[in-house]
Each structure stands twice: as C-alpha cells, then as structure tokens.
Ligand binder design. Structure first.
Ligand SMILES: Nc1ncnc2c1ncn2[C@@H]1O[C@H](COP(=O)(O)OP(=O)(O)O)[C@@H](O)[C@H]1O
Ligand code: SF4
Ligand SMILES: [Mg+2]
Length: 539
C-alpha cells in the first residue's frame, strides 16, 4: 500500500466523489445478458489524472459500443480524450498519475475492469482540500496479469507513431515472432510436430515443383510450392520454398537437390522434438493461467488458488529442464522453431500487401518508411486474430498517398478478417472513408453517436456541425471554411453543464448549469444537447 497526496481543485465532486463512484458498474459481478453482436462495450468510463495542479478529468462518463465486423470511429479535436479512451480500454494508463476511477469495459462477457474498486481508495480531506489516493499495488499487479490474457490476444492496438511501438534493436521478424509465440505458440508447435515430411506425397510434390522450375513457368511456381507445403502439412514450408526458389538459376538436377535439402532441413532431430515438447508444456501452463484470468473477469470470482497451482507447475517445469537454460544448447535446439516463426512472419507480411516480405522481415525498424512500418504493425496486431483492433490515429503521421493505402488496407482487412475496428482520428475525412459508425467526442464525453451516413447527412450536435463545416469541399471551392471559435477546454477545470457551451453559438442559460441528457433522435442516433427533445436514450 502506498499513499500519494495531491492538491485538489475546489470542485472535487462531493456527491459523486471517486470513493463512492466505483461501486456502481465495476463491482457488478453478475453478467447481464448482452447483445451478442456487441464485442466491446464501454459504460460510464471515468479516467482522471491526479496531478499536482489538481484532477484532470480526461474521461467523464464515456459510453461506447463496438459491434462485430464493424468499424467504429471516434472523432474529436486534439485533447478531447480519444487516446485516453483507448489506453483505458487496454488498461495502459500510466498510474500514477492516471487512474480509471469508475466504469466498466466489457469484452464479450468479461469485465476488464473487474476488481477496480479494490485497486485504489480515494479520500477527500475537506480540511486541506486534497484528494488522497491509496493504491493497492498487489491488486494492480494482479489486474495487469489478468490483462495479459486480453492485451495483444483479444484486443490489439496500433499507434500513430509505429516506430515508437517497435524495439529498434530487434529485427522485424524477431518482434513479430515473439508475439506469435506468445499468443499462438501451441498451435505453432503442434503444426511442427504434426508435419508429415516423409510422406510419399511430399516427394511427388517436390518433383512437380522441380519440373515447374525446369520448364520456367513462373506463374505456376506459387501453386507448386504451396502444394509441397500442403502435402507436408506445413504451410510455412511452401512460403519458404517460394521465396528461396523464386530467383534461382540452378539447373534441373541441382534444383531438385536443393528442394529436397530444404525439406530435409525441416525434419526434427530427437533433441529438437524434446525441446518443442518442453516449450509446449510451458505454453500450456501459461495458457491455463490466462484461461483462469479470463474466467475471473467473466464470472467476477476469485480463482487465486488455481492461479497459484498453475504458477507452481510452470516453475517446476522450467526448473526440470535446467539445461535448456544453457545458451549453447538452447540456441541449437531452438533453430527449427525460429525457422518456422520466420516463415510465418513472412506469410503475415504478405497478408498486408508488402511486396518484398523476406527483406522486410530481416530488416530493422529504422530501415523502413512510416507507411511500411504501419503495415508491419497491422500485421503484428492481426497475427493473433483479435476480436477488436484499436487504431489510434493510424494515418496521421503518414503522407497523403500512403494514408490512402493504409485506409484501403484496413477496409480490406475488415472484410477479409472480420475484426471489429475502433478507428480513432481527428480527421472526419478518414472516418468517412472507413467507418460504419461515428462517435463524436468532446472534452472527455461522447456528444453524438450515429451511423456514418446519418451523421454526415444530419449532424445534430453543434460541435459535430462545426467539425463537418471545417472540411473542405471540392464542389464548393468558393465557400469559406468555417472554424469553431475557441479551443478544447483545459480538463483541469472543465466548463460546467454542457462542456461545449463557451464555444457554442446556440448556448442557452440551462447549458452552463446542467449536463444535457443523451437523447435518441432516430435509429441508432443519439445526441447530448438541449436543442433536441427526443426520448432519453436508455442504452
Ligand atoms: N499523463 C497525463 N497527465 C495529465 N493529463 C493527461 C495525461 N495524459 C492525458 N492527459 C489529459 O487528457 C486529455 C486527453 O488527452 P488525449 O486522450 O491524449 O487526447 P486526444 O483526443 O488528442 O488523443 C488531455 O487534455 C490531457 O490534458
Ligand atoms: S447543450 Fe447547449 S451549449 Fe451544449 S451544444 Fe447544445 S446548445 Fe450548445
Ligand atoms: Mg491522441
């Protein structure tokens, strides 16, 4: 336990002080039935930063729904809290100074904020007017462990600056391989152990491939290589053959030998097989720990005993093979696994339309352009087949032409892979290109939510109208672009009532007094503004 004392601004909410707020949604351990189409649901999310200047209310009651196979846009000016929303969902908020104060984030039936109210206690001292935050680091550590079951595997993220998300000292293939082994290790090892390299069908496919090369038929090369991989039940072998043989100038005899040598390299020695089985057991123990974590978040129950048992078995397993800790032995028996993950990486890079995937996989982050790195990041994010991909300003740092390519790629992936995407951007034009739904965010709140066509046709909130009016139109070059007066407020002392009122042309007396309710103004269209009188949205 540790205490941190920070000065608080005078407006520390007394009625809904953070010490009472978390009790609401986060502790609701019984899972309510939910729409199966909704993969991610954020409810009443509040994230504050406890700074020495006071409390920054970066998110103040954010509600968001992400549906299967849909792209959900989150748009707003810089400083509105879009990135903080993404980081809160993945629980990557730096703590201290940040802390998710209340709310729930549901991924399927699991509440990712489960146990939140146990992690910190807030106490407002009226004498000194300070807020004391007591963090339980044991609970925070447990929550972080639980998030290991989710981050990267079920929710993946890509960022504005891909170079900052990569480690400069490891090659691209190293970094993607690590993620592959962490999240799909068992599947990879099983694939290697189940390969049928000595099947006569493999020999036949190899001969057919040698013939294709001898007859110089490049258009059939890919299919012939894939056939070898399929016969051996090792698809990465097909990829390896294709890339290694593509530029070959060997004679028919040598080519056949070369192909057989490449297939032979994939055979496992007894020691390599033993090492793979050992790795598999470790991965299984890790998977069990993750499964328990998911179960905790789904059922809202504590499974600490089971976790201790799994951790003990994992430790025993590691120690029982101490000789794999010896660098010389490990580096030798690990080679087949490295070869397999390398060629799997190449396959992934092919999937995001990288033309020279082998060269890129061997390269280092600094050698690649921003657009290429962003593709690599997308490949890495999709390697684990996540339920949700959160893309925080994925195209902002890129040239316009590259932007278009990345957006095209995301659209294509949505259709091919079916991952739900949360697209965060300050640019409505990007939203128009890819999103199915739009959530307009202002100063830590969602002020309007609608299907994309509906929002562009009939923006209701004055802020959405302002954002739309500031997009240039090709067909109306003579029209002067409008801008919204003023700037995003400092969230240390956000305006009272509707946070947009100091900048709003339609502001009424009530706007500065009370926060407007969220009303429903058509199918799937909600808005938080006193100008609209629809029924209060219940969802
Ligand atoms: N580490 C931090 N400390 C204090 N305030 C922060 C911190 N990170 C973010 N904020 C506050 O959160 C608000 C939202 O930031 P952010 O989510 O990054 O905006 P954007 O919409 O541009 O992504 C900002 O106004 C900023 O004041
Ligand atoms: S609630 Fe009032 S201040 Fe806020 S956007 Fe609507 S009219 Fe403007
Ligand atoms: Mg941001």
């Amino acid at each position: 336990m540790s205490a941190r004392v920070e000065p608080s601004p005078v407006d520390m909410p007394t009625g809904e002080s953070p010490s009472t707020a978390p009790a609401s949604a986060a502790s609701a351990s019984v899972v309510a039935p939910h729409d199966p189409q909704v993969v991610l649901e954020v409810r009443d999310l509040k994230t504050y930063f406890f700074t020495y200047d006071g409390i920054v209310r970066a998110l103040d009651g954010v509600n968001l729904k992400v549906r299967r196979g849909e792209t959900t846009g989150l748009v707003g000016e810089t400083g509105c809290g879009k990135s903080v929303t993404a980081f809160s969902i993945t629980r990557l908020i730096a703590d201290p100074p940040g802390r998710i104060v209340s709310g729930s984030v549901r991924l399927g039936s699991a509440n990712l904020l489960w146990g939140l109210e146990e992690e910190a206690k807030f106490r407002h001292d009226p004498k000194t007017d300070r807020v004391r935050v007591r963090r339980s680091f044991r609970r925070i550590k447990q929550a972080n462990e639980r998030m290991g079951a989710v981050r990267g595997r079920r929710i993946a993220m890509i960022f504005q600056e891909p170079s900052q998300a990569m480690n400069p000292v490891f090659s691209i293939s190293n970094q993607i391989s690590e993620s592959l082994l962490l999240h799909r290790g068992i599947e990879i090892v099983d694939g290697m152990l189940g390969a049928t390299l000595d099947d006569p069908a493999v020999d036949a496919a190899c001969e057919a491939l040698a013939e294709v090369i001898a007859n110089d038929e490049p258009s059939r090369l890919r299919a012939a290589c894939t056939a070898v991989g399929d016969a051996a039940r090792l698809p990465s072998l097909g990829t390896e053959l294709y890339h290694e043989l593509r530029a070959t100038s060997l004679g028919p005899e040598q080519v056949s030998k070369e192909i057989h040598a490449m297939v032979a390299r994939r055979r496992l020695s007894a020691a390599e097989r033993r090492y793979l089985l050992h790795r598999r057991r470790l991965m299984e123990a890790d998977d069990r720990a993750r499964a328990i974590s998911m179960h905790e978040m789904e059922a809202g129950r504590r499974e600490a005993r089971a976790r201790i048992a799994v951790n003990n078995s994992r430790r025993r397993e590691r120690l029982s093979h101490f000789y794999y800790g010896l660098w010389g032995i490990r580096s030798r028996v690990r080679r087949p696994l490295e070869r397999e993950t390398f060629w799997r990486t190449v396959r992934l890079l092919e999937g995001v339309s990288i033309a020279n995937p082998v060269q890129i996989a061997r390269g280092y982050p600094h050698e690649l352009s921003g657009g290429m790195l962003q593709r690599v990041m997308i490949a890495m994010a999709l390697a684990t087949d996540p339920d949700v991909l959160i893309a925080d300003e994925p195209t902002t740092a890129l040239d316009v032409t590259i932007q278009a390519q990345i957006l095209e790629l995301m659209r294509d992936l949505k259709e091919r892979v079916g991952t739900a995407i949360v697209l965060i951007t300050h640019d409505l034009a990007v939203i128009a290109e890819v999103a199915d739904r739009v959530n307009v965010m202002y100063a830590g709140r969602i002020v309007e939510s609608a299907p994309v066509r509906e929002l562009f046709r009939r923006p209701l909130h004055p802020y959405s109208q302002g954002l739309l009016a500031s997009i240039p139109h090709l067909d109306r070059p003579e029209k002067e672009l409008a801008s919204i007066p003023g700037s995003v407020p400092n969230l240390l002392r956000p305006p009272s009532g509707c946070r947009f009122h100091p900048r709003c042309a339609y502001a009424m007396p009530i706007c500065s007094k009370e926060e407007p309710p969220v009303t429903s103004e058509g199918p799937g269209h909600t808005v938080a503004c006193y100008l609209y009188k629809g029924p209060v949205a219940t969802d």
